[in-house]
Ligand binder design. Structure first.
Ligand code: ADP
Ligand code: MG
Length: 452
């Protein structure tokens, strides 16, 4: 269990944290001040796994001491508080404030800087189906707080929304200071908000947003149905707009379709420029393939380009996936890139049941792409909630679809211990029935992989 996985609005975790605070309050009365403050006070609930509550202790010394002396008493108090048997485990986490307990999201944007370098206006192909969003984003980048404020961009997954946000971020970062642009994913905003509420750190949570010049918020649909988070969002949104600051929002649905958003927020979201992104037409798809293949170092024959553009099902992400598969296939068998090979590639990736399975690297790539993180971040020791989630989804899909052993999956994902891999799998398996965000992401990744 090496990964922290704090889910927002996860009622079980919130509830166990409250109960643990009650246990602390009781122990404060029962124990001498010094050991209480030294060993019990700094403990935090890191995660909940069935009836096992994992506590984070700042450093190995306190971890060992608590495990030896207090584990039993903590378990029994917590069991009494919960009305069922709970078991406590203690883990050591250096620098507990910043590692075990995530700082609010605004301080740690999940997107890698490499994404901003990779996703630029120059390598975005504009066409009739994304022109308005593209122009709006360019306007924002050259004149933040101007005509296109707020800018709301929506469209199905894989059509370039995150690409545009990163392009804005990349361009403005060179003009504004690092803290001038805040990029957040809806889910990170939610988790940052809930964590700040719990820890009474609202000021810290709000400050980076309140003081930025441009607030970019991706996948705002994650706030759907989360009333208190929406209230906070609404408040910050109004405050920034009032001060002439730029807000850009991306979503997989139009403001009107965010059915569990409050009406006043929905109408606020459409108070500026609203741009829909639709799947690109064939010409745009051909241009995307031309540019991408040149970036990838392949001189793609025109007929192959056309064939791939017209025959790859799905969004731009699948189109680029098909291109990469084609390039690898051509390199592997040393064949000349031909339409014939393109036909086989498409068939393999999207065609008949028996040969359409992607490989594990492809699963990892698509999961990373969906979370806008790099493969290195996925394999790194990072415990940031968003990265951990991506890692767990990758575990889940590799296991479910490719039936690889736990050990092999662990090796692929940065040489992780097999117990942490099993933990990740169970986490997603459990959340699929209770967490609509996770369910949606898994569905989208499956679709991008041609699995559904
Ligand atoms: P979304 O956020 O809408 O789900 P992304 O921005 O993650 O989609 O885009 C998925 C992939 O497709 C990225 O690799 C992105 O660079 C690429 N892409 C999408 N649209 C375009 C476009 N018009 N031109 C170039 N690349 C594109
Ligand atoms: Mg996106």
């Amino acid at each position: 269990m090496d990964d922290q996985f704090t889910f927002d609005d996860d009622p079980r975790l919130i509830s166990i944290r409250k109960k643990f605070e009650a246990v602390k309050a009781r122990l404060r009365k029962q124990m001498p001040t010094q050991p209480f403050e030294r060993f019990i006070l700094p403990l935090r609930v890191k995660e909940l796994d069935g009836n096992v509550v994992v506590l984070a202790a700042p450093g190995r010394f306190i971890q060992t001491w608590v495990s030896d002396k207090y584990q039993a008493v903590l378990s029994s108090h917590l069991s009494a508080e919960c009305g069922e048997r709970m078991e406590v485990q203690v883990e050591s986490v250096l620098n507990l404030r910043t590692e075990a307990v995530e700082e609010p999201a605004a301080i740690a944007p999940p997107i890698s800087d490499s994404a901003s370098e990779r996703y630029t206006f120059e390598n975005f192909v504009a066409g009739p189906n994304n022109q308005l969003a593209f122009n709006g984003a360019r306007q924002v980048a050259s004149n933040p707080g101007g005509l296109c404020n707020p800018l709301f961009v929506y469209g199905k997954t894989g059509l370039g929304k995150t690409h545009l946000l990163c392009a804005i971020r990349g361009q403005l970062r060179s003009r504004l200071s690092q803290s001038g642009v805040v990029y957040q994913i809806g889910q990170e905003f939610t988790s940052g908000f809930v964590a700040a509420l719990e820890r009474n750190q609202m000021g810290q949570f709000r400050r980076p947003i309140e003081t930025c010049s441009v607030w970019l918020i991706d996948d705002v649909q994650f706030l759907d149905g989360k009333t208190r988070t929406q209230e906070e969002f609404f408040h910050l949104f109004n405050q920034l707009s009032h001060n002439g600051k730029q807000v850009v929002i991306c979503s997989d649905r139009a403001p009107r379709e965010l059915s569990r958003f409050e009406e006043r927020l929905r109408s606020r979201l459409e108070s500026g420029v609203v741009a829909e992104m639709l799947p690109p037409d064939t010409e745009t798809r051909i241009e995307i393939l031309k540019r991408r293949s040149a970036e990838l170092g392949m001189d793609l024959p025109a007929d192959v380009c056309e064939y791939l553009a017209m025959n790859t099902p799905g969004n731009v992400r699948s189109l680029i996936g098909a291109l990469k598969t084609f390039i690898v296939a051509a390199q592997t068998c040393g064949a000349t890139p031909s339409v014939d090979l393109a036909v086989r590639t498409i068939e393999k990736q999207f065609g008949r049941e028996e040969c359409r399975k992607p490989d594990a690297d492809r699963v990892i790539e698509v999961v990373c792409d969906r979370h806008s993180i790099s493969v290195e971040q996925l394999k790194s020791p990072s415990r940031k909630a968003w990265i951990t989630q991506a890692r767990h989804i990758a575990v889940y899909l590799i296991r479910e679809e490719l039936h690889e052993s736990w050990k092999r999956i662990g090796e692929r994902l940065g040489n992780r211990d097999h117990s942490s891999i099993i933990h990740g799998f169970s986490k997603i398996e459990g959340l699929l029935s209770s967490d609509s965000d996770i369910k949606r992401i898994v569905q989208e990744v499956r679709r991008d992989l041609g699995l559904s």
